[in-house]
Ligand binder design. Structure first.
Ligand SMILES: [Ca+2]
Ligand SMILES: [Ca+2]
Ligand SMILES: [Ca+2]
Length: 447
């Protein structure tokens, strides 16, 4: 394929090195649409009921018991961790419990997480811990009356010097337990994936046409914070995100729908990066106009968030630093946290026009989704966001994700992705971990 005349042009040493690099690049990368890099499953077919979920959602109820010396109406704090580290990287939920009122929360965990570490913190400074194997989707935990041990009290001087702890905002949660003791609408925070880790949404932009499955057309790292009051009701919601990559030539907007929250219950939204009014036009409270369920636009065009020319951070060796972004929502009437759990958090992109919504499988379009765009295409029966072969246009990974190089199919970039999908999520559910065994490194975007 390389004729002599071509070779002569590379007669000097530096050009030869360049040529060798180009040959390596062309044969190893997928940017030039290497025809062998197909997106077909390596073996088998995707089961009809596969939901592409990398997480499981658990309904947790944590009960506490009356204890001598502590009034029954005094709040005990419950903290739930997803590993024995019991640190910021593993804190997933926190809230209030009294003997009359358990802490009830829906938490989402990577399917790979085997156990939860549940801590009860009593106002006298004592603590109790339960380790629960995660086997069912419903968890019931009861803390018995504690065996009193000499655990040191919190170092907060207001607690030590007074029998009645300081509670500046009067929400019933003492200052040393209250995440904001100057705001009676907020006392605790729960998180997905955890207090200090990130999840990742990855999207294909060609719906309803099958894409190249490099799953980098939009890559959003994200973390969700659920702020709850002393009654464990959500009063504030925050999405932190970072647009890590946009390997797309389309105009892409992003938004999420809170499937179980009315747009009219949104008081204010801060942090949106909206330029212009297309595809998303918003009401005074920041929700999209003309919707019933709350649709919260993040941005109208990916280039409004990060300036770049062709592709953003999908061609190895090229990198543009991307800043963290956020949106924060205050609600008028606080509500049950289950109404805003991950199963009701419906992240989507729109590609080249408002109606062309692209959601994750098992989620539905908003009232502005134009389903007729799929006419004549072979989608999966009962799921607008699965192709007839079961393939998706978007997934969520419950950690930071090393996404594929431009036009490298995920099927080839991750060695066990195909096995995971064709087994319906049973095999290799840790396929996305960034190990040399899991990754085909030259098909992964690198700085
Ligand atoms: Ca307080
Ligand atoms: Ca407070
Ligand atoms: Ca791409």
């Amino acid at each position: 394929m390389l004729n002599m005349e071509f070779m002569k042009k590379f007669s000097d040493r530096s050009n030869l090195l360049l040529l060798l690099f180009l040959i390596f690049w062309i044969t190893q990368s997928c940017v030039n649409l290497n025809p062998t890099d197909t997106s077909d499953m390596n073996s088998g077919v995707i089961p009809k009921d596969f939901d592409w979920k990398t997480i499981k959602e658990l309904s947790c109820t944590v009960k506490v018991t009356s204890t001598t010396g502590i009034a029954d109406n005094t709040i005990r704090v419950i903290k739930i961790f997803n590993s024995s580290q019991m640190d910021q990287g593993s804190l997933v939920a926190s809230g209030a419990a009294t003997p009359a009122s358990p802490f009830v929360v829906k938490i989402s965990l990577a399917t790979t997480v085997p156990a939860l570490y549940i801590q009860e913190l009593l106002p006298d400074g004592s603590k109790a811990l339960k380790v629960i194997d995660v086997k069912e989707s419903t968890l019931m935990v009861t803390f018995a009356a504690p065996i009193v041990t000499n655990v040191p009290a919190p170092s907060n001087s207001s607690f030590i010097t007074a029998n009645v702890p300081v509670d500046n905002d009067g929400d019933g949660v003492a200052s040393f337990f209250d995440v904001d003791d100057n705001d009676a609408s907020v006392a605790f925070v729960s998180y997905f994936p955890s207090e200090s880790t990130w999840g990742t949404y990855v999207f294909e932009d060609m719906w309803p046409v099958k894409g190249d499955y490099d799953l980098n057309d939009l890559v959003l790292a994200f973390r969700i914070s659920y702020y709850t009051n002393a009654l464990n009701l959500v009063s504030r919601f925050r999405l932190d995100y970072n647009m890590e990559a946009a390997g797309s030539t389309y105009s892409i907007g992003a938004a999420f729908q809170l499937n179980l929250v009315a747009a009219s219950n949104v008081q204010t939204i801060a942090g949106q990066s909206l330029t212009g009014t297309s595809p998303f036009q918003i009401e005074a409270n920041g929700t999209e106009n003309g919707v019933i369920q709350a649709v919260i636009p993040l941005f109208n065009n990916q280039k409004d968030v990060v300036a770049y020319t062709e592709f953003l951070n999908t061609v190895s060796g090229e990198n543009i630093a991307t800043a963290d972004q956020y949106v924060s929502i205050n609600f008028i009437t606080p509500f049950q946290q289950a109404d805003i759990a991950m199963s009701a958090f419906n992240m989507f992109i729109v590609a080249n026009g408002r109606g062309r919504e692209i959601h994750l499988p098992a989620y539905t379009g908003t009232s502005k989704f134009d389903a007729s765009l799929a006419d004549g295409y072979t989608l999966f029966p009962g799921d607008m966001f699965k192709n007839s072969d079961g393939m998706m246009w978007g997934i969520m990974i419950p950690r930071q994700f090393s996404y594929p190089e431009e036009r490298c199919s995920i099927v080839n970039a991750y060695n066990f992705f195909s096995d995971w999908a064709t087994s319906g999520g049973v095999n290799h559910d840790d396929w996305y971990l960034p190990t040399l065994l899991n990754m085909n490194i030259e098909k992964i975007y690198q700085l």
